[in-house]
Design a protein around this ligand. Structure first.
Ligand code: SF4
Length: 236
């Protein structure tokens, strides 16, 4: 498969936020979100075999996972780009990681079919809002593929995005279907330097007020890696 990078960091935007995690970032994306912070993954990278990816994940993980079941639950996140564009290769990768005892997260836009993703994988599905530049790309048939441990994320830039996300969650009764609904203020694409929420396109305080006013079962989610490291830093 074509791999952009494999690295270890802290999981930055889900209910697993703050936990050590090995990231496998696949090359290529069929969307072009206005606030995308990983455009470097659209092309390039290098071809790696399944065995090479597994070996690199094991090398970066805190214990000898390659030799069998890990002594503790190790997190691996498959991300991109859009990893499901390489479905033929990435599903066997997820199966092998699960068999080796890893907890596997999959970050995806939900534009590609998700029904064949192994059920034990925690899907973090980034449903695109109107001002992402890629509205209506989520495949509604993927709602049937959601598992109770999955998470749905909405990256928001303004009130229009917020209302879309709120109405989408309510219309499809998603809060009852998944573990978490994440509402995340988008970060400015060109942000660098200061590690604070002034780089958010939507003020988190404003978002908090809207969530509270509507009594939404949503979790306000900040991209903590942008608050820990330089927002422009790669590999974190
Ligand atoms: S789906 Fe993800 S990787 Fe693709 S353009 Fe949107 S934010 Fe970037």
């Amino acid at each position: 498969m074509q791999i952009s990078e494999i690295y270890k960091s802290l999981q930055g935007e889900s209910t697993h936020t703050g936990l050590p995690c090995v990231f496998v970032r696949l090359t290529g994306c069929n969307l072009r979100c206005t606030w995308c912070d990983s455009e470097f993954s659209f092309s390039g990278g290098r071809k790696m075999t399944l065995q090479e990816v597994l070996a690199e994940v094991a090398r970066l993980s805190p214990c000898e996972c390659g030799a069998g079941a890990p002594a503790r639950e190790n997190l691996v996140e498959i991300t991109g780009g859009e990893p499901m564009l390489q479905e033929r290769e990435v599903i066997p990768l997820m199966e092998r990681l699960l068999a080796a005892g890893y907890k596997v997260l999959l970050e995806t836009s939900g534009e590609r079919p998700l029904a064949r993703v192994p059920k034990q994988v925690v899907k973090i599905v980034d449903v695109k809002c109107p001002h992402s530049g890629e509205p209506d790309t989520f495949d509604l048939e993927n709602i049937a593929a959601l598992e109770p441990h999955d998470e749905l994320k909405f990256v928001l830039t303004d009130r229009t995005d917020y209302e879309f996300a709120r109405d989408f969650v309510q219309h499809h009764h998603l809060a009852e279907r998944v573990h978490a609904i994440l509402f995340s203020p988008a970060f400015k694409k060109d942000a660098s330097g200061a590690r604070d929420t002034s780089h958010c396109l939507l003020d988190p305080e404003q978002l908090a007020q809207w969530i509270l006013a509507d009594d939404l079962p949503a979790r306000l989610s900040l991209q903590i890696h942008k608050l820990i490291w330089d927002p422009a830093a790669k590999g974190v």
